[in-house]
Design a protein around this ligand. Structure first.
Ligand code: AQP
Length: 338
C-alpha cells in the first residue's frame, strides 16, 4: 500500500460502520491495510456512527457498537500515538460539510449508486430512509474534510469514491480550488479487495446477510471459524487442476485461495500451485484465518476491560480530527459565500 519512498507523507482517511458484527472481509479488505499504512502516512480513521443511522437500531446497542468497533480497531493494531482514531459524530464538520455535498451532487447521480439499489432491493425504495440515499454525500464529506490523498477501502466502495472525486472536482471548478481530489486505494485483485460469502461465493461477505454460515465474524469462536471454512462451498470436480484461481468458473475455490494468499502475502494463483485437494486447502485456510483472528480476539478482551483508555483515545482523536475538519469546512463555507 503506502511506501516509505513516497515523497511526502500522504494524508489517509477511511471509516467503518459500527452496525453489525465486523467480519473477515472488513479485516482483509480494509482494516489490515489501515494498520500497515499508519506508520507511513498521516492517517485518520473513524467509526462512522452517523452512517449507522441509515438503518434502524436500539440507542444503547448503537452506543455500545461504536465503542466495540473502536476497541476492535485498536485490537487489530491501530496505534493512537501513530494515527488518529475517532467517532464520526464527535466531529460536527462531517454533517455540516455533508449538506454542502448534497447541494453539489445531483439526484440522478445518487440514484445510480448500486449500493442504494442493493440495500433497498428487499424493502423497496419508498420505505428506505432518505439518509440511505444521501449516504454517499456524507461519505464524500468524511473524506474531503481531511484533505485525504488516499482512501483505503474494499472494492464495494469504488463507486462512492468515484462520486467523491466527481463532487470535489465539480466544487473546485465552480468555486475555486478548495478540496484535495482523493484516490481510492483498493487492494489489487486477489489481495482481499472483495472477500465473498463462504456459503455462496457469488455474494460479498457482508454484515447484513441472510447467509451467516458463510460469514466469518471477527468475534466468532475459533471452532465456529474452523467449521465455516471447512464447510465452504467449493466445486464438484476433483483431481489434478481442480484447485486453481479462476473467479468466473471456480468462485468458491478462488475465494479460499484469495483468503490464504492475502493472509500470506502471495498471489492466489501462486498459492494454488501447492494444492491438489480442496480438503488440504481448507485446512490451511482455517489455520491461517485463526492465526490472524485469535490474537485480535485476545487483545480485544484485554482492551474491553480498559474502557477509560478507549474513551481517552477517542476523545483525543476527536480533538485532532476537529482541528483539521473544521478548517476545511470554513474554507468550503467561504468558497460558496457563507
Ligand atoms: N467482503 C468484503 N471484502 C473486502 N472488503 C470489504 N469491506 C466490506 N466488506 C468487504 C470493506 O470494509 C470497510 C468497512 O465497511 P463498512 O462496514 O463500513 O461498510 P460495508 O462495505 O457496507 O460493509 P459490509 O460488511 O458489507 O456491511 P453491510 O452489510 O452493511 O453492507 C470498507 O472499506 C469496505 O469496502
Amino acid at each position: 500500500m503506502l511506501s516509505s519512498a513516497d515523497p511526502k507523507p500522504q494524508r489517509v482517511l477511511s471509516g467503518i460502520q459500527p452496525t453489525g458484527e465486523p467480519h473477515l472481509g472488513n479485516l482483509l479488505g480494509a482494516i489490515r491495510y489501515w494498520v500497515e499504512d499508519q506508520t507511513l502516512g498521516d492517517c485518520y480513521y473513524c467509526v462512522v456512527d452517523l452512517h449507522g443511522l441509515t438503518v434502524p437500531g436500539d440507542p444503547a446497542e448503537r452506543r455500545q457498537g461504536s465503542l466495540t468497533m473502536a476497541t476492535l480497531l485498536l485490537a487489530a493494531g491501530l496505534d493512537p500515538d501513530t494515527c488518529t482514531l475517532f467517532l464520526q459524530s464527535q466531529v460536527p464538520a462531517h454533517s455540516q460539510l455533508a449538506w454542502v455535498m448534497e447541494c453539489t451532487a445531483s439526484f440522478g447521480e445518487l440514484a445510480r449508486m448500486t449500493q442504494f439499489k442493493d440495500k433497498t432491493a428487499k424493502g423497496g425504495e419508498q420505505a428506505a430512509r432518505v439518509g440511505l440515499f444521501t449516504y454517499p454525500c456524507l461519505m464524500a464529506a468524511d473524506i474531503l474534510a481531511y484533505d485525504a490523498d488516499r482512501v483505503p477501502v474494499g472494492e464495494d466502495q469504488r463507486q462512492h469514491l468515484e462520486l467523491t472525486r466527481d463532487l470535489a472536482q465539480r466544487f473546485n471548478a465552480t468555486y475555486g480550488t478548495t478540496f484535495v481530489v482523493p484516490q481510492a486505494a483498493i487492494p489489487r485483485p486477489g489481495r482481499g479487495a472483495r472477500i465473498m460469502n463462504l456459503a455462496d461465493p457469488t455474494r460479498k461477505m457482508s454484515k447484513t446477510t441472510d447467509l451467516p454460515a458463510g460469514v466469518v465474524g471477527l468475534f466468532d469462536e475459533p471452532a465456529d471459524i474452523e467449521r465455516k471454512v471447512k464447510r465452504a462451498v467449493t466445486d464438484t470436480d476433483s483431481g489434478p487442476g481442480s484447485v486453481r484461481y479462476d473467479r468466473e468458473s471456480k468462485p468458491g475455490v478462488s475465494n479460499l485461495l484469495e483468503l490464504l494468499g492475502t493472509l500470506r502475502g502471495e498471489d492466489p494463483d501462486r498459492v494454488a500451485e501447492g494444492y491438489s485437494r480442496y480438503g488440504d486447502l481448507k485446512a490451511d485456510v482455517a489455520r491461517a484465518v485463526l492465526d490472524a483472528v485469535e490474537p485480535i480476539q485476545r487483545r480485544f478482551k484485554e482492551l474491553s476491560a480498559e474502557r477509560d483508555y478507549v474513551a481517552d483515545v477517542l476523545a483525543t482523536g476527536a480533538r485532532r480530527a476537529n482541528d483539521v475538519a473544521s478548517a476545511t469546512l470554513q474554507r468550503a463555507y467561504r468558497a460558496v459565500g457563507l
